[in-house]
Write a protein that binds this ligand. Structure first.
Ligand SMILES: NC(=O)c1ccc[n+]([C@@H]2O[C@H](COP(=O)([O-])OP(=O)(O)OC[C@H]3O[C@@H](n4cnc5c(N)ncnc54)[C@H](O)[C@@H]3O)[C@@H](O)[C@H]2O)c1
Length: 307
């Protein structure tokens, strides 16, 4: 990929820029932020890590949205993060306003790009971005499940003592308290996780995964999570930029899959060079289907607040 633009040079935007440059996932990264001088400063700081990591990716910062011109992919991390005690839905109104302005800029300056939404509440904002662009759903997606799955995998690595790289997890649903971690599909190098972890401990790990963001926010106090979120975004950009056809949980516009439509939320997707290539449908058991339905209801309730 030639150029990736990132709206928001805050914590998640900066981490994402660093990883995209470090891994040379594109030739140019442009950070755009409304705060005067800040994206330029962040870009310089990231650019100056090039001698350590040996990358040639150019990193620029700007306050002018026109700087995204020609971007192949646009990542949206602009917006207010929640504060301790707040839910992701509590920042909906302010972040919708920010997103609306950004989508107008993207349509104007990068009309052929793929749009990857990170700002919260990510399911609602991805839906909003899809509505406003009028683009094919393959070009408008959101990041949530890659992060939530990585949290679950980390907790399972801590629990079992096995390498995190051998652990496969998948978390579906909305990016909030109603997310649906699928224990049945978790494996440790192909072996079902139930071989190593009791169902009682698994329930505790699932609960900790659901509260993964809130746990970090409560501990960090002045900031929500950004290291793992940035890595999750970079993983999705890598899949698209290398046309890997990776199967990853993404926030996708549902068009009949899982019996739902006119809604965006976390489902397994194939990510390839054009963006989201397809949504993969899993047969959910009764308990998973019930949890998925509760998640659908929560996301729909937030979407209803848009109108
Ligand atoms: N989807 C996920 O998994 C996930 C994970 C972590 C954080 N988030 C979300 O990502 C967002 C950013 O989090 P953060 O910790 O980086 O916050 P932050 O406050 O560090 O950074 C946000 C940045 O957005 C900028 N901004 C505001 N309006 C803008 C506009 N119109 N154009 C360009 N930039 C603008 C701000 O100036 C700020 O620099 C939040 O909404 C947070 O909830 C999502």
């Amino acid at each position: 990929m030639e150029k990736v633009a990132i709206f928001g040079s805050g914590r998640v935007g900066e981490t994402t820029a660093q990883l995209l440059a470090e891994q040379e996932l594109c030739r140019e990264v442009v950070l755009v932020d409304v705060r005067e001088d800040v994206p330029q400063g962040v870009a310089l700081d990231v650019a100056q890590t090039a001698p350590f990591f040996g990358f040639d990716t150019r990193v620029q910062g700007s306050n002018d949205p026109e700087a995204i011109s020609g971007a192949d992919l646009v990542v949206v991390t602009a917006g207010l993060p929640r504060k301790p005690g707040m839910s992701r839905s509590d920042v909906l109104q302010v972040n919708v306003e920010i997103l609306d302005g950004i989508v107008a800029d993207v349509k104007r300056f990068a009309p052929d790009s793929i749009l990857l939404v990170v700002s919260n509440p990510v399911d609602v904002l991805t839906y909003r971005a899809w509505q406003l662009t009028g683009w094919d759903r393959g070009r408008v997606l959101g990041q949530a499940g890659v992060l939530d799955s990585s949290r679950m995998a980390s907790f399972l690595a801590m629990e079992t003592g096995f390498s995190a790289r051998d652990i496969t997890t998948i978390v579906l649903g909305g990016h909030g308290d109603t997310m649906v971690p699928l224990a049945r599909y978790c494996t440790i190098n192909g072996i079902p996780v139930s071989h190593f972890v009791s169902s009682e401990r698994m329930e505790e790990i699932i609960e900790r995964t659901r509260n993964g963001g809130a746990e970090i926010l409560a501990l960090r106090k002045l900031s929500s999570a950004y290291d793992a979120p940035g890595a999750a975004v970079a993983t999705m950009v890598d899949a698209i930029s290398h046309d890997r056809r990776r199967l990853l949980p993404c926030v996708a516009l549902l068009q009949g899959e899982y019996g739902e439509q006119d809604l965006a939320m976390g489902v397994p997707c194939v990510l390839a060079k054009g963006g989201l290539e397809k949504v993969v449908e899993l047969a959910l058991n009764e308990q998973e289907a019930r949890q998925f339905a509760a998640s659908v209801a929560a996301v729909r309730a937030d979407i209803a607040r848009l109108i």
